[in-house]
Design a binder for this molecule. Structure first.
Ligand code: PSU
Ligand code: MN
Length: 315
């Protein structure tokens, strides 16, 4: 493992796994602090770790607690995050330095988690949905230009990120175009379509398809062997039993966007606001879908991580 600054706290199990080259999967924590309500967030975080372990990989849930970057959470760490959901900071990559210096606590977004996981040497990461290019909800004609830092980190971090696409709270056309511009391969797991989180199809296409975890790992190795430094985004459709009717999702999203515009929601608050409104309006169905696809993604990431273990002659 690389020599790390003092503000990193890596659990011994993960340190060992890094030193011995065992499969590891990073997990984000903004979904715990800003994505799901308590106690569902707590159960979900534990269940995601179990899914990774069931694939013989080590889970590394990442968060910042009292200014320490935690790679792997203890039982009390996780409870602190889950119970204080909504009260802690939402930490994107640019927010980490301030959180360390100010000894703050927070959940790390996809961007924040990628920054930390890469620093530690983890190459596979599972999340629910990535952030992306937002619809313009500004009331002026200037345009809000709200683009998630997740996209910038995906453009610049060699890591496999497993998700269920992005939610329709975003401008999915612009998000997919951005990924193309940023040189991020979008690999559909057993699909040719870019999923829209609650639904398996968005009407947009992936850049390639892979039918197995092994193929995904080989594809990522080939991508990086070319000297490219961008992430490989794996998109897995939500489990079929949980996919939601498109009209229901659309109605909820449109209402949420109108409310955000009316209330002048800006910056970091936009995504949590929209997520909460959509969750509330589609209650039950969206929460169940959210949990099911997070577990599905953790499982697939665990399987991919097994194929990312370095064995001589395979890279
Ligand atoms: N989209 C979801 N669920 C989430 C998020 C996004 O469907 O929990 C969270 C993730 O942590 C993601 C972050 O990285 O929101 C993006 O926030 P922003 O748009 O402010 O970059
Ligand atoms: Mn934003």
């Amino acid at each position: 493992m690389n020599e790390l600054p003092k503000f990193f706290e890596v659990l011994p199990e993960i340190k060992r796994a890094l030193d011995q080259g065992q499969p590891i999967v990073a997990l984000e924590s903004a979904v715990i602090t800003h994505g799901l309500p308590y106690p569902e967030n707590h159960t979900l975080a534990e269940d995601m770790e179990d899914e990774v372990r069931a694939q013989s990989a080590i889970p590394a849930t990442i968060a910042v607690i009292d200014g320490k970057i935690r790679v792997g959470l203890t039982v009390p760490n996780l409870l602190t995050l889950a119970e204080s959901s909504g009260k802690l900071r939402k930490l994107s990559s640019r927010d980490l330095g301030a959180a360390i210096v100010q000894q703050a606590s927070g959940g790390t977004t996809v961007a924040g988690t990628m920054a930390i996981a890469h620093q530690v040497g983890i190459r596979v990461f599972a999340t629910g949905g990535i952030g992306g290019v937002h619809h313009d909800i500004s009331r002026s004609r200037k345009g809000s230009m709200d683009i998630s830092a997740d996209l910038i980190m995906l453009a610049n971090t060699p890591m496999i990120v497993v998700c269920a696409g992005a939610k329709a709270i975003l401008n999915l056309v612009a998000t997919v175009e951005y990924l193309e511009t940023a040189c991020v391969p979008v690999i559909g797991y057993q699909t040719d379509d870019f999923p829209a989180f609650y639904t398996s199809k968005s009407g947009l296409k992936t850049s390639a398809r892979a039918n197995t975890a092994e193929e995904i790992a080989r594809l990522a190795r080939a991508h990086w062997a070319l000297g490219l430094r961008s992430a490989v985004l794996v998109v897995a459709p939500p489990p079929p039993d949980y996919a939601m009717p498109q009209e229901e999702v659309e109605r909820a999203v449109n209402k949420a966007l109108a409310e955000a515009q009316e209330q002048g929601i800006r910056g970091q608050a936009v995504t949590p606001f929209l997520l909460e409104r959509v969750n509330r309006q589609t209650f039950g169905a969206s929460l169940a879908a959210n949990v099911a696809l997070l577990l599905n993604n953790a499982r697939l990431a665990g399987e991919i991580a097994r194929y990312m273990v370095d064995t001589p002659g395979t890279s």
